[in-house]
Design a protein. Structure first.
Length: 182
């Protein structure tokens, strides 16, 4: 019993003190910006979606946690779930309507499903381009203005991680700041 208690105490010190301290120090030394929340002054976090829903801005992925960091999580619904299918169908219909797309238009998966954390602030390039028409219309922009939005998307597109992992993506907060000229 005495050995078990000593082991328990040792593990508490290691997992509850030493390990978190090492992670904190390494994170702040090598990834300071990310470790401090990736805050863009007066705008929000570059890494955490805010749930913007104004027509004049780009929208992030749907969030199972309603864009709150406390209950952040995925929906945990099975791919075979009828509720997940129903939500995706509703989001697909709404996405096409608000973005002035025909009923048969392709809607990117990241416009229909939340990310693993439910707080992902990046969207696919296809999703961004499909939102451009709505944004241009809401801002009263002409064809030249819409082309400026396309240029912003292109200039802020990030390539696949290491050139082959994932897909090209765009950060929603950076897009929206660029739209406002910030």
């Amino acid at each position: 019993m005495k050995q078990a208690l000593k082991l328990l105490l040792l593990l508490i010190v290691i997992t509850g003190g030493v390990y978190p301290l090492i992670v904190h120090v390494v994170g702040n030394l090598f990834f300071s910006y990310e470790a401090q929340g990736s805050i863009i002054s007066g705008a929000g976090s570059e890494l955490i979606a805010s749930g913007e829903d104004s027509s004049i801005y780009f929208w992030a992925r749907p969030s199972a946690g309603f864009y709150s960091t406390v209950p952040s999580s995925a929906s945990n619904l099975s791919p075979a779930s009828l509720l997940l299918k129903s939500r995706a169908d509703s989001l697909r219909t709404a996405y096409r309507k608000v973005n002035f797309l025909p009923d048969t238009a392709y809607v990117p998966e990241d416009a229909l499903f939340s990310s693993g954390s439910g707080l992902d602030n990046e969207i696919s390039v296809k999703n961004a381009y499909l939102q451009a028409e709505r944004i241009a219309h809401a801002r009263g922009l002409d064809e030249e203005g819409k082309n400026r939005i396309y240029g912003i998307i292109k200039s802020l597109t990030e390539k696949e991680t290491f050139g082959f992992l994932g897909e090209a993506r765009v950060n929603v907060l950076k897009l929206n700041l660029a739209l406002d000229g910030k």
